[in-house]
Design a protein around this ligand. Sequence first.
Ligand code: HEC
Length: 256
Amino acid sequence: MKTGIKIVLSIALFSSLSFSNEQFAMSDADRAMYAEMSENNPADIMVADGEELLDYMGGDEGLAKYLGVTEDELPAYIAGFPRYIKKFDMVVGLDQVIQAMMHDTGKKPFKLKSGNMFSLLAYVKSIANGEKINIDVNANAQMKAAYTLGKKTFMTKRGGRGLGCISCHSSDVVGSVLRTQPLPDLGAKGVASAATWPAYRMTKSSLRTLQRRFQGCMKNALIKVIPLGSPEMVALEVYLTAEAKGSKIAIPGLKR
Ligand code: HEC
């Protein structure tokens, strides 16, 4: 019986669930490292690299012009991504805007998965530091559709273990512990995840983006990995950004 097997596997996966705080308490050494890195986020240098890369394309001014806003309007406008952009007739993330801008200014666009793109994305999003996430999922039919698709992608259970994002990130299980890692609440009341990515991941010693983080979870949970920038992936970002609406943007974040 198929469901029987699924249940057994889920129990196996969750058998390491523990509710004791001690089990995931950071060691003193880790805590010291975290404190040190919060003061001096190693990703600051990558954000600076991103700024330099944007300079080759006209800097903040060029970006504002490309997006059809003034430089003063740029931070609040960035805080509303992913957005439906008429000229692309698509709901897009900031990284896709950067790709299009590179293309339109005669440069070879960086791949969405490249380190240069992660740095550029981190810098561009950091322009909105201190702004509150203001995504409007009711702005138009395209945003409504993206939100619906994102929510569905989040809720749908798939893959070898029959898991969905919701299996680990629902209010029922948030705060519990999976293999010594506390399950984070992705909404505004929790870590307000969307406001703090791109972030430096200490366990990966590198700068990662929100969509790349989603891929990490997909891989770990044996859910088919969705490509960066695909409609489903952008929709997932729309859904989780809407969950974090009102949270202050603080880039680069610092994550375990
Ligand atoms: C098997 C359980 C599990 C599933 C399924 C899962 N996650 Fe996670 N997720 C985790 C754990 C555990 C962490 C924290 C890891 C850590 O601390 O390094 C996490 C972290 C995250 C974070 C980072 C939170 C932060 O710190 O800002 C995001 C975003 C995220 N998950 C999104 C997703 C999405 C989207 C899906 C579905 C595609 C998903 N997760 C599926 C367990 C899961």
